[in-house]
Design a protein around this ligand. Structure first.
Ligand SMILES: *Cc1c(COP(=O)(O)O)cnc(C)c1O
Length: 400
């Protein structure tokens, strides 16, 4: 932990007495009631509420099928397995993302190949993807970074022309639309996360949506040990009521019914969560786009974005500090930022696998100067203004 008090460079009191962090959940009484009611019911692991949640996710995204799982990482793991990624395959992955987007490729024995980001949107750059395709390439894991949809037209064209499967990591992007179409119905498989910091939460939770029946069946089996009750999927079909058969190696990635109840309640509020996030983003954009010391994320007109993160990127030509100093000083103002993310291949585990620095120059430059500032539904107008005041104070201190 950094000794942030030492950085109280202004001598005076910090902008805020109590810290605000970059994200948090919003749990209201009706969310709590939904969970408690489920705890009193007969089925507390996957039951009717998981089924209802899958139906709700289909309605919301327009996808034919949804498979609810224990967390977003499990969703990515199952998607990568259902895609058939295996040893000898290469899968192209965004370089600025949470490690799970690439780990799911490693889980299958395949090799993640890191694509660079667009220097302005921070999403995977289709031109970088094109350059990385080899005869071994089997798919792409594209992340809707901060909630903004990837450039689907370009990415899907690349997939069509090269016979690649597209997994969209939409952990940040529930509620986002691309050209009017909801994220979740665009890629071959779309993975969501319901971790507490994301727009809606189940405590933990994840889901995969798809229009492909084969993929759907495979995801459903893999979620429960590779066991099926469908005689059509069995090697030794039987009509005995008790009979089930393990036909492949799967997992227990089930979600509990009380988490599903919480999520159903939360998804009922997605519109208001989304509207408030958009409102805060507008206010931040209004202020920060007028400051030459700060670079705001470029928005593409195709994406109607429910933003999960608000990233500010420092302009080193206008500031005397580095990112570390800016971050720590802002932290000392009790406006606590976070960095999203280290380029995945900079993690020491990936380094041990042989990935080297310098692979993705835009991603590395982005990482060097960026941080996320508080953005969540229950952030009050006063807290938004405090955050703005804190950023301005730090900018003024370090202005060139
Ligand atoms: C949160 C997140 C995940 C993993 O989700 P969990 O539910 O925490 O397992 C994967 N990818 C991205 C981009 C995320 O932000």
């Amino acid at each position: 932990m950094v000794k942030v008090e030492k950085l109280a460079i202004f001598g005076g009191t910090p902008v805020r007495e109590k810290p605000i962090y970059y994200g948090r959940q919003c749990i209201e009484q009706d969310d709590i009631d939904a969970v408690v009611e489920t705890l009193r019911s007969d089925l507390i692991t996957s039951g009717p509420r998981v089924v209802a949640l899958e139906k709700k996710l289909c309605e919301l995204t327009g996808a034919k099928y949804a498979v609810v799982v224990a967390n977003g990482t499990a969703a990515l793991h199952l998607a990568a397995l259902a895609a058939g990624f295996k040893e000898g395959d290469e899968v192209i992955v965004s370089s600025i993302t949470f490690a799970a987007s690439a780990n799911c490729v490693l889980y299958c024995g395949a090799k993640p190949v890191f694509a660079d980001i667009d220097p302005e949107t921070y999403n995977i750059d289709p031109e970088s993807v094109k350059k990385l395709i080899t005869p071994r390439t089997k798919g792409i894991v594209a992340v809707d970074f901060t909630g903004q949809a990837v450039e689907h037209d370009a990415i899907r064209r690349i997939c069509r022309e090269n016979g690649l499967l597209l997994i969209e990591d939409a952990a940040h992007a529930i509620g986002t639309k691309y050209k009017g179409q909801a994220v979740g119905s665009i890629a071959d498989m779309t993975c969501f996360s319901f971790h507490p910091v994301k727009t809606v939460t189940g405590g933990e939770g994840g889901a995969i949506t798809t229009d492909d029946e084969q993929l759907y069946r495979s995801l459903m089996r893999l979620r429960t040990h590779g066991i099926t009750r469908n005689p059509e999927e069995m090697v030794h079909p039987s009509d005995a009521i008790w009979y089930n058969e393990q036909v492949e190696l799967g997992f227990n990635y089930r979600m509990t019914d009380f988490q599903a109840a919480l999520l159903l309640s939360q998804l009922g509020k997605l519109d208001k969560f989304s509207a408030r996030r958009k409102e805060i983003v507008r206010r931040y954009d209004q202020v920060f786009s007028g400051m030459p010391e700060i670079i705001v994320q470029k928005e593409i007109p195709e994406s109607d974005t429910t933003r999960h993160l608000y990233v500010i990127r420092l302009n080193p030509e206008r500031l005397t500090c580095d990112r570390r100093q800016f971050f720590d000083t802002l932290y000392a103002e009790n406006t606590c930022p976070q960095v999203h993310y280290l380029p995945v291949y900079w993690h020491s585990y990936y380094e041990k696998l042989g990935y080297e620095k310098g692979l993705c120059p835009n991603a590395e430059a982005y990482y060097q100067w960026s941080m996320s500032i508080p953005l969540y539904y229950s952030l009050t107008d006063d807290e938004v203004e405090d955050t703005i005041r804190a950023v301005k104070k730090v900018v003024e201190y370090y202005r060139k």
